[in-house]
Design a protein around this ligand. Structure first.
Ligand code: ADP
Ligand code: ADP
Length: 229
């Protein structure tokens, strides 16, 4: 079954104004349940814009977006988001455990149940020992693990990641890539990950969607089936 459907998506920033800017011209692709899809393209190809439209953070100018068969109108509750800028996505005045539990609190999960789920998900990303510490006490790679744990806390049907490993050193990146692959395998989660790094896309994904064209205008989408388990 299809988790995500993107049909003839177009995004023009400042539409109708002199400074109008087409970020996405015509993008179509689908993501099936359990798939790991990477979206690659050069800087300015519209990758971030695409993820912002999918996650409801930006409004598409035209085209169709559907999540599990339902047209997207608001930010879907079953969406996990991880951005490059993990440093700013965690609240420094909350412990790591509290940061991870925020989406659960927002969904009204009782405290005891929340604590249990937070411990479980932090252990899954290898950070069971830093529950009571604060994000700023951790390395960049560990902070990104906390951000991933937070996105996984409410068992999202779709995990959306925008250049999640771009701000960490090479070894940490390899560790995080393997973590994501393990988590994905164990949870059977559907993942869409944006990267400008084709090697990363080949290593991680089942399918690659290539955004190409001049910087501000996406001309085509190419699906590259990798035939990998
Ligand atoms: P819109 O309301 O057109 O969807 P946003 O709310 O996403 O646009 O952005 C608000 C404003 O911020 C834009 O009108 C634009 O002038 C400015 N802006 C933000 N990021 C960029 C960027 N990467 N390039 C140019 N302008 C930008
Ligand atoms: P990528 O993530 O592939 O680097 P982006 O989605 O950030 O590409 O940007 C695509 C194009 O849209 C770029 O030309 C960028 O300058 C422009 N853009 C991005 N955000 C805004 C915005 N808020 N307002 C105006 N233009 C924007």
């Amino acid at each position: 079954s299809e988790v995500l459907t993107v049909e003839h998506l177009r995004k023009i920033y400042n539409e109708g104004k002199p400074q109008a800017k087409t970020a996405i011209d015509d993008v179509s692709f689908t993501v099936s349940k359990g798939e790991f899809v990477c979206i690659v393209g050069p800087s300015g190809a519209g990758k971030t814009t695409l993820l912002r439209c999918i996650s409801g953070l930006a409004k598409a100018s035209s085209g169709t977006l559907a999540f599990e068969g339902t047209p997207l109108t608001a930010v879907p509750d079953q969406l996990g988001l991880v951005f490059q800028d993990y440093g700013r996505s965690l609240y420094p005045w909350f412990t790591n455990a509290k940061n991870v539990g925020l989406p659960l609190a927002a969904r009204g999960m009782p405290k005891a149940q929340r604590a249990e789920r937070v411990s479980e998900v932090l252990a899954k990303v290898g950070l069971g020992h830093v529950e009571k510490q604060y994000p700023w006490e951790l390395s960049g790679g560990m902070q990104q693990r906390v951000a991933i744990a937070r996105a996984l806390s409410y068992k999202p049907d779709l995990l959306l990641m925008d250049e999640p490993f771009a701000s960490v050193d090479a070894q940490t990146r390899f560790d995080l890539e393997d973590l994501i692959l393990t988590v994905r395998r164990e949870l059977g989660i559907t993942v869409v990950l944006v990267t400008h790094d084709i090697d990363e896309a080949i290593y991680l994904s089942d399918r690659i969607v290539v955004l190409s064209g001049s910087p501000s205008r996406v001309r085509e989408v190419v699906d590259v089936p990798l035939g990998r388990e």
